[in-house]
Write a protein that binds this ligand. Structure first.
Ligand code: PAF
Length: 301
């Protein structure tokens, strides 16, 4: 694996691969790799010829009171993990390499989908994400880019951006990876105290409960949202920010559950802000749920 820090070196390496007819898979990350990141890298390895993993803690997507400085980092661990997952390149630019003129005057923004859910508490976050991802697309020229379904809103926003701007890249959503007790994997789980860590699987449990009542026929979003909120609210260490049933494509809140929907939630747990979701396909009485995959367990369990 080659470690690259300069944009022009990455561009040159990718130009050579494309000229040789090899497809490029891009895995954008902010590092502190866990099994979720590794699964993105594996998907890219299976789906494309040349895998570029990027590690950049992007200041543009953090608000002034957010955890930019505290964001967990482990460069040695990340180098080892990306090597094990057979990435071809690990791109680790500095902030001045990505933003040489300071804050960008040109940004990429997606309206509507970014305004609800996490966008309410993090008003500029998604502009930071879509801008940096567009820059990475322009530098790398990937045929496919891999993102986890845990960040469901981010995935929906990036898909919309690619369609709106006719970007020649396929956005591939990869499974949400969970710990064995159901907690969605996230670099920010490192912030949890042992008590908060013990409480956090309640988020997943509430989504399982919501899926069950929907399988029993419940189609009223308000009822499902209340059930999830009440289940989480029983735990004093979890502070609910939102629970919402939305259309999976537009992220607009639904009154009545039908078609492809997402139940998305965010909750505070001490210093950590946790998000989770379940995606459901509802067709009459049929409910198909994608609750993600737990590490170490058979996907069918
Ligand atoms: O999901 C993340 O880690 C980040 O939002 C991303 C996509 C790497 C952009 O900085």
């Amino acid at each position: 694996m080659r470690v690259i820090e300069r944009i022009e070196d990455l561009r040159a390496a990718c130009d050579i691969e494309r000229a040789a007819g090899r497809s490029i898979g891009l895995v954008p990350t902010m590092g502190y790799f866990h099994s979720g990141h590794r699964s993105l890298m594996r998907n890219a390895r299976e789906g494309t010829d040349f895998v570029v993993v990027t590690l950049f803690v992007n200041p543009m997507q953090f608000g002034p009171d957010e955890d930019l400085d505290a964001y967990p980092r482990d460069i040695a661990g990340d180098l080892a993990a990306a090597t094990e997952e057979r990435a071809d390149v690990l791109f680790m630019p500095s902030v001045s390499e990505m933003y040489p003129l300071g804050p960008q005057k040109t940004t990429v923004g997606v309206s509507s989908l970014t305004e609800g859910l996490c966008g309410r508490a993090r008003p500029h976050h998604f502009d930071g994400v879509t801008t940096v991802v567009t820059k990475l697309f322009n530098i790398v020229g990937p045929s496919a880019a891999y993102f986890g379904r845990k960040d469901f809103q981010q995935l929906a926003v990036l898909r919309w951006m690619v369609r709106d701007l006719d970007l020649p890249v396929e956005v591939i959503g990869c499974p949400l990876i969970r710990e064995n007790d159901g907690l969605a994997m996230s670099s920010r789980n490192a912030y949890l105290s042992s008590e908060e860590r013990a409480a956090a699987p309640a988020l997943f449990a509430s989504l399982v409960e919501a899926t069950e009542v929907m399988r029993d026929g419940e189609r009223d979003s308000a009822v499902v949202e209340k059930l999830v909120s009440d289940a989480i609210g029983k735990n004093s260490l979890l502070d609910i920010e939102y629970v919402e049933v939305c259309d999976a494509l537009t992220l607009q809140r639904l009154d009545e559950i039908d078609g492809e929907v997402v139940i998305a939630l965010a909750a505070g747990a001490g210093r950590a802000r946790l998000i989770d979701n379940v995606v459901l396909r509802v067709d009459g009485l049929l409910v198909e749920a994608d609750l993600g995959m737990r590490i170490g367990l058979d996907p069918s369990e």
